[in-house]
Design a protein around this ligand. Structure first.
Ligand SMILES: Cc1cc2nc3c(=O)[nH]c(=O)nc-3n(C[C@H](O)[C@H](O)[C@H](O)COP(=O)(O)OP(=O)(O)OC[C@H]3O[C@@H](n4cnc5c(N)ncnc54)[C@H](O)[C@@H]3O)c2cc1C
Length: 263
């Protein structure tokens, strides 16, 4: 079985700062890491490999040259190889252009399952995975929290829906986005860490991919960030200092009663 996992390099902080004038992310001084939600996708792929001998997992990322280290993080968790799609011409891509570039590479490759994270912790659109599936015209299963059965032809999954779960079966190849309830990502072991360190990531630029330039990067991106800003908090807060949680509950209840919020 051939499995691809889409992974993204994200700033390793939840304190992402935005330049309010340009609307772009301030990337200087930020360390990068594998998108935390992609670890669940990697882990699920590795679990399938452990149960199905002969399975190969390829971690794929589109990003700057530094994303090579992120791909190595995925290899240290158990992926077999990595591919980095990197080119100045890919810069400024919105989700459509990002998915298009990844799709053009995937069209050159054999795969049974493509895994993606639910969303990236920086862009947070959750669009890239489903968009890749749509562009490849394969079934897309989103919010998957359990894989119940895989055969050579089919996959059965449980996906989270509002107020419950639903079980779906589809044919392979398929694209699956996973939620963090699906598993507990492993810590890399020493053997895989060493393997990742030595591994050679396949680097592909647009010289090799030969994608039309009006489909990639800024030129291929129909959406633009018009404005990014922090919400201004105009409300005045009130701090209630208490010694015990019981006292806190009583004071808050008293406050809410005074305001007529609770009777
Ligand atoms: C309107 C708009 C304009 C933008 N303009 C710019 C810009 O000018 N410059 C800029 O740098 N960025 C820009 N971005 C951000 C850029 O589009 C996103 O970072 C990128 O397309 C991924 O989207 P996301 O972060 O929302 O990922 P999501 O869609 O939330 O990610 C979901 C999953 O898709 C996969 N995935 C996502 N991105 C990648 C990737 N690059 N490689 C492999 N797998 C991936 C991962 O599995 C991830 O868990 C823009 C975004 C938007 C919405």
């Amino acid at each position: 079985m051939e499995i691809c996992v889409l992974i993204k390099q994200v700033p390793s902080t939840d304190q992402v700062k935005i330049d309010e004038k340009t609307g772009t992310m301030i990337r200087s001084d930020l360390e990068s890491e594998l998108n935390p939600l992609d670890m669940y996708a990697v882990e699920e792929a590795v679990r399938i490999k452990e149960k199905n001998s002969g399975t190969k997992i390829t971690a794929i990322s589109m990003g700057p040259a530094s994303a090579e280290y992120t791909i190595k993080e995925a290899i240290s968790m158990g992926c077999d190889e990595g591919v980095l799609l990197t080119d100045r011409k890919f810069a400024g891509a919105d989700t459509l252009a990002t998915a298009y570039t990844i799709t053009q590479f995937l069209k050159t490759k054999k795969f049974d399952i493509i895994f993606a994270g639910e969303r990236a912790t920086d862009g947070e659109t959750g669009q890239v995975g489903p968009s890749v599936g749509a562009q490849l015209e394969i079934p897309i299963l989103t919010y998957v929290n359990k894989i119940t059965k895989i055969t050579n032809e089919n996959i059965t999954v449980q996906r989270a829906i509002e107020g419950g779960n639903e079980v779906i079966q589809t044919t392979l190849p398929a694209l699956i986005t996973v939620v963090k309830e699906i598993n507990e990502p492993r810590l890399p072991n020493l053997e895989n860490k060493l393997r990742a360190k030595k591994s050679k990531i396949k680097i592909l630029t647009n010289e090799e991919l030969k994608i039309k330039e009006d489909k990639i990067g800024l030129k291929g991106s129909p959406t633009r960030v018009v404005k990014v800003f922090y919400p201004k908090i105009s409300r005045q807060g009130e701090k209630i200092v208490v010694k015990t949680s019981q006292e806190g509950v009583e004071k808050i209840l008293m406050y809410l009663r005074e305001k007529g919020v609770v009777s």
